[in-house]
Design a protein around this ligand. Structure first.
Ligand SMILES: [Ca+2]
Ligand SMILES: [Ca+2]
Length: 186
């Protein structure tokens, strides 16, 4: 009798404790808020609403991660993160069959990079260090004194998809944008 019952109890015990372990793990692992996508140690969300750079940054600051970090316009620190951001945006944005002009809501998206405080001194709005840059050819050109905000581009024939350009922070009333939530405290 013992020989048949004991393995059954042992199996039930192992299953129960395994469920308890993974259940606990799931509860303590912070996950991204609704509509945010995980990559590395951060969460990202594309917003199709067109806003000037400052208003886009303010919109991102309304969001908080489960560990309490505040949202900001996206900061980018590697080729892998730049490629992820480009793909998140490309897979979400609207692409009309015919669009004239460039640097518009269909081919551009705000990042958090800017030189608003000091011309030529680029900073991320989340205060993370600026080590990685993916400028398009000839950029940043600062052709306009207000060209202090950086957008990612998807323009055929001008640089590579996902390269960056400096532009007027209120350009054409604004651009869509991507917010980032760090899942680790600063
Ligand atoms: Ca500038
Ligand atoms: Ca430029």
């Amino acid at each position: 009798m013992m020989n048949t019952i004991f393995p059954t109890f042992l199996f039930a015990y192992l299953v129960t404790t395994s469920w308890a372990y993974y259940g606990t793990k799931a509860q303590t692992d912070p996950s991204c808020p609704a509509f945010f996508t995980s990559f590395g140690d951060s969460c990202y969300r594309f917003f199709g609403e067109v806003l000037p750079w400052g208003e886009a940054e303010a919109h991102c600051r309304q969001y908080f991660s489960p560990v309490g970090t505040q949202g900001h316009l996206v900061s980018i620190h590697s080729d892998a993160e730049n490629a992820f951001i480009y793909e998140l945006w490309r897979s979400s944005k609207i692409v009309p069959s015919s669009v004239s002009g460039s640097y518009n809501r269909f081919d551009s998206v705000w990042t958090g990079l800017n030189d608003i405080s000091v011309e030529g001194n680029y900073q991320w709005s989340d205060n993370s260090p600026v080590r990685y840059k993916m400028w398009a050819g000839q950029e940043p050109n600062g052709s306009n004194e207000k060209d202090d905000c950086i957008h990612m581009m998807d323009i055929h024939g001008q640089g590579i998809p996902g390269a960056w350009n400096d532009i007027d922070c209120g350009h054409n009333g604004g651009l869509p944008f991507i917010c980032k939530l760090k899942m680790t405290k600063y």
